[in-house]
Design a protein around this ligand. Structure first.
Ligand code: FAD
Length: 511
């Protein structure tokens, strides 16, 4: 590889690893630097007292034919260690349960009037998946990208659905066109799905983006053997197999800029001063705030302005639980979303996602136990205000949230509390320590407009962002789409592009 460009990737989250693997496979020299001792970031798995806990993400979509993980797997020769989760998950609204699976019949039985809406959603999602599968530059960032899009002819939707109309609508407006906006139970149900897939609810969520966000159960979701960190482990092994490097316990402490370009990165190895690596390109699997911090005085004015002005995104309050199987109902689905009331904003304990390690995966917990990850959206600031000014108040709030979430679970799985063998809470402060994400913000930005999305550009010609801060945002599938697009962009910018062109398959492979 002598004389080959060297690309430094900061962070071994799914976005960073996917980028590195695709670049390594294209023959580019890559080095991934990861602060932690294991890969995956928010989609990592850690060990504790015989349990393997999923740190954040628990369900993975995008493995269907033409889905982002399927494309990357095919390209890299990866056999992902996944098994379908069926049902995908159960939404518990007060007084009713909606079972979500690829076959939508159980959901339609609950909301029969919504069938035409879901048919339209499915048609729009099919087109959006095709765009994603072809790493198309949606939304276009310049005239050349707009022309690339226009040449695909994908704007024409079957069945009279106008892509352009959805692109300019909120989900609430879309529901109104189907006379569904006045049905409080259906709106609450859709809002609960959007909160976890678009980071916002129907009043603000962009309809075209949400066509894919709402498609998750129809496309099928997967459990990962050994925990979701298995995706990241597989990618790390793949990178090494293609001659790339993945270094753990290497924290990047600064990016040096010369002549308007990034030239090298500085690291800390554990507690020791690390090394300095030259790089022709830097891919930062980071939030804009973290990248700005690493660039220091060399941060481009636009990036600096962005981090000053951007409102903070969501954080997560999480419980990692061990539970005795004997106290659980015999045929309990693995994944649940509990909505505790019909009023008030979702989040802060009103929407609680609960994932049990699958019964088939004995590696996840001591015998007779299951590992459980429980999450709810929370605003990040109050946690930081408390930990700095009132540590006792911080501890009390943690306790209060723990009780609130356990009560929510007890409400739908009576007896659950009596089976608890381990309870470990985590706040945005915990997340900031684990993943170095600014203020512990997770999940990227709410997807409210396709015309104001955050792309990968940073203001420095040889530095790109990847991960859930860039379009299309959160989820292992979402950051994989973002990574495919970033890699395409980087390969175009490197010398000899013709030999390393697009990393995605031709359209015939897209179903
Ligand atoms: C509670 C919760 C639940 C979720 N549930 C789901 C779900 O069920 N399904 C789903 O698909 N998605 C889910 N998500 C979202 C999904 O986990 C994320 O969108 C995705 O994993 C983010 O990937 P990323 O590429 O942005 O990297 P991140 O996960 O942000 O990882 C970045 C990595 O960079 C490293 N790093 C940061 N700074 C430095 C530095 N200076 N030097 C070296 N290394 C550094 C970090 O240690 C980390 O490993 C969930 C997220 C959370 C928080």
């Amino acid at each position: 590889m002598n004389g080959e460009p060297h690309i430094v990737i900061i962070g071994a989250g799914i976005g960073g690893l996917t980028s590195a693997a695709l670049l390594a496979q294209a023959g580019v020299r890559v080095t991934v630097l990861e602060s932690s001792t294991y890969p995956g970031g928010c989609a990592g798995t850690y060990y504790h007292q015989g349990y393997r806990f999923e740190a954040g993400a628990t369900l993975a979509g995008g493995f269907q034919p033409g889905g982002p993980h399927a494309i990357v797997g095919e390209r890299l020769g990866i056999d992902w260690p996944v098994r379908p989760a069926d049902p995908a998950w159960v939404v518990h609204l007060p007084g009713r349960e909606i079972v979500l699976s690829r076959d939508r019949s159980a959901m339609l039985a609950q909301f029969p009037d919504s069938a035409p809406f879901w048919e339209e959603q499915a048609r729009a999602a099919d087109v959006a998946w095709k765009m994603a599968a072809r790493a198309l530059p949606w939304p276009p960032g310049n005239v050349a990208e707009a022309l690339r899009l226009a040449r695909t002819g994908l704007g024409q939707l079957p069945g009279g659905v106008s892509l352009a109309r959805l692109a300019f609508s909120t989900v609430r407006q879309w529901l109104a066109r189907h006379d569904l906006a006045g049905d409080p139970a259906f709106v609450r149900f859709v809002d609960s799905l959007l909160l976890i897939s678009a980071q916002t609810t129907s009043e603000a969520a962009n309809a075209l983006y949400s066509a894919t966000a709402l498609d998750l159960p129809r496309q099928g979701v997967m459990d990962v053997a050994g925990g979701i960190g298995g995706l990241a482990q597989t990618l790390a092994e793949t990178i090494r197999g293609f001659g790339g490097e993945v270094r753990y316990k290497h924290t990047v402490t600064g990016i040096e800029v010369e002549g308007g370009k990034a030239t090298r990165v500085h690291t800390r190895h554990g507690r020791r001063v690390g090394e300095t690596l030259d790089g022709d390109f830097v891919i930062a699997n980071l939030t804009p705030w973290s990248l700005d911090g690493l660039l220091g005085d060399d941060s481009p004015a636009r990036l600096r302005r962005e981090v000053r002005r951007r409102a903070p995104g969501w954080g997560a309050f999480v419980l990692y639980l061990g539970v005795d199987v004997a106290q659980l109902p015999a045929s309990l689905p693995d994944h649940h979303q509990i909505i505790t009331g019909m009023d008030g904003p979702l989040g802060e304990g009103r929407s609680v996602f609960v994932s049990f390690s699958p019964a088939w995966d004995a590696s996840r917990a001591p015998e007779g136990r299951r590992a459980v990850t429980v999450t709810t959206h929370t605003a990040v600031r109050p946690w930081w205000d408390l930990i700095e000014a009132d540590p006792d108040g911080y501890a009390a709030r943690k306790e209060q949230y723990t009780e609130r979430l356990l009560d929510a679970i007890e409400g739908v799985i009576p007896g659950f509390r009596s089976g608890l063998t381990l309870v470990m809470p985590g706040t945005p402060v915990t997340y900031a320590n684990w993943t170095h994400r600014h203020l512990g913000m997770v999940g990227g930005f709410p997807q409210t407009s396709l015309f104001r999305v955050r792309g990968p550009r940073t203001g420095l010609p040889n530095v790109r962002l990847v991960g859930d801060s860039i379009f299309p945002g959160q989820s292992t599938a979402g950051v994989t789409v973002g990574a495919m697009r970033v890699v395409d962009d980087v390969l175009r910018a490197l010398p000899r592009p013709a030999e390393r062109r697009l990393i995605v398959p031709r359209p015939r492979e897209v179903r």
